[in-house]
Design a protein around this ligand. Structure first.
Ligand code: RIB
Length: 351
């Protein structure tokens, strides 16, 4: 079977009986073409099986019609919602989003930054693992603007969209203390991830305001459901008096894992024995076996806002005008559900 040459844009124009430019308009600016002509061209495209080759357009324009997005963990619904918001805003500018998952691995993060630059993305959104500012500055200077997602970039010349995670940790642990918790644990890590260390700093500030309240840090773990389950088993093996009576999990996935452990062990009641607070308020948080109290992040809005800032910088570059990077910081909100309302469920057995 000899494979035929793929149909060209010229073949489509001849089949539809229109000029080349008309086919280009149907593909790129359909609003400029009469409905009857649009229909004839699309029929020709379908009959010929024409698929446009964006590489040629990209070579001419020097840029693709895509934006790169690098997230820390694609399994985390928080980042899925961030990507959804970014994609929604990109679509209004006729751009698509290419997703890269660093999996919290610096070498994978670097590989995606190289790939997206080679693909000539119009810009990059990244939730960085560590300090990548120098690398991002080189990327920007070579023509790829970048916005930091879920990370403040004060004073480093980039726009950023983040949430005040110190405030988030503070309101979460203050709530646990208000519920009568005096042995509080912070579960999640590594602390090299700024979002996590900021939440812990907020937790520490809340504890420092209440003499007699203790804070245990269990950060030699990850940010996944499995991480939470592993820590939950270890806590369940402790004597009652050695267990925390309140936990702030670094994110909802860790909280779900903790909840799974305590429920499967059947020895620890949430919130009666241990009040539990998560972070992100992902969709599952309200549907867990004990509805989860969580610090809410406006994840979809974070994605939309980051893309908005990136599009503004791209437009400024195209217009040759100056662009002043902007820092957008959202305030977190505590969504209280059953998992932390210890006062209502206190268990007299708890030592
Ligand atoms: O990936 C680390 C955490 O930071 C996520 O769970 C989410 O909370 C983000 O803000």
């Amino acid at each position: 079977m000899v494979s035929q040459q793929p149909a060209s844009i010229r073949d489509v124009a001849e089949r539809a009986g229109v000029a080349l430019g008309t086919v280009s308009n149907v593909l790129n600016r359909p609003e400029k073409v009469a409905e009857s002509t649009r229909r004839r061209v699309r029929e020709a495209i379908d009959e010929l099986g024409f698929v446009r080759n964006d590489a040629a357009r990209q070579l001419r324009a020097g840029k693709s019609r895509t934006v790169g997005l690098v997230v820390l963990d694609v399994r985390n619904p928080f980042f899925t919602d961030v990507g959804r918001g970014a994609e929604e805003r990109a679509a209004t500018a006729h751009l698509s989003v290419l997703l890269g998952n660093s999996d919290e691995l610096p070498e994978r993060e670097a590989a995606y930054m190289d790939l997206f630059e080679e693909q000539r993305v119009q810009g990059l959104l990244i939730s960085p693992i560590g300090d990548v500012f120098d690398r991002l500055a080189r990327l920007r200077d070579r023509g790829t603007p970048t916005v930091l997602v879920d990370r403040p970039a004060q004073g480093r010349g980039f726009s950023s969209v983040s949430v005040d995670d110190v405030a988030g940790g503070y309101i979460a642990v203050s709530h646990l203390i208000d519920q009568g918790c005096i042995r509080i644990a912070f579960v999640g890590g590594p602390l090299s991830i700024v979002q996590v260390s900021d939440r812990l700093d907020g937790a520490k500030r809340a504890v420092s305001e209440h003499p007699g309240v203790q804070l245990e840090i269990l950060s030699e773990t990850g940010l996944t459901v499995h991480s939470g389950r592993d820590v939950g088993v270890l806590i369940g093996e402790r004597a009652p008096g050695d267990r925390p009576d309140g936990i702030l999990a670094a994110n909802d996935l860790v909280a779900v894992g903790l909840l799974q452990s305590f429920t499967m062990l059947g020895t620890l009641a949430v919130p009666g024995d241990i009040a539990l607070v998560g972070y992100d308020d992902i969709d599952f948080a309200s549907a867990t076996v004990v509805p989860l109290t969580s610090v809410q992040q406006p994840s979809r809005l974070i994605g939309q806002t980051a893309m908005e800032l990136l599009l503004a910088e791209i437009a400024a570059r195209e217009a040759g005008t100056d662009f002043e990077p902007r820092q957008v910081v959202f305030q977190p909100e505590l969504v209280v559900r059953e998992s932390s309302l210890r006062a209502m469920h206190s268990n007299p057995q708890q030592g």
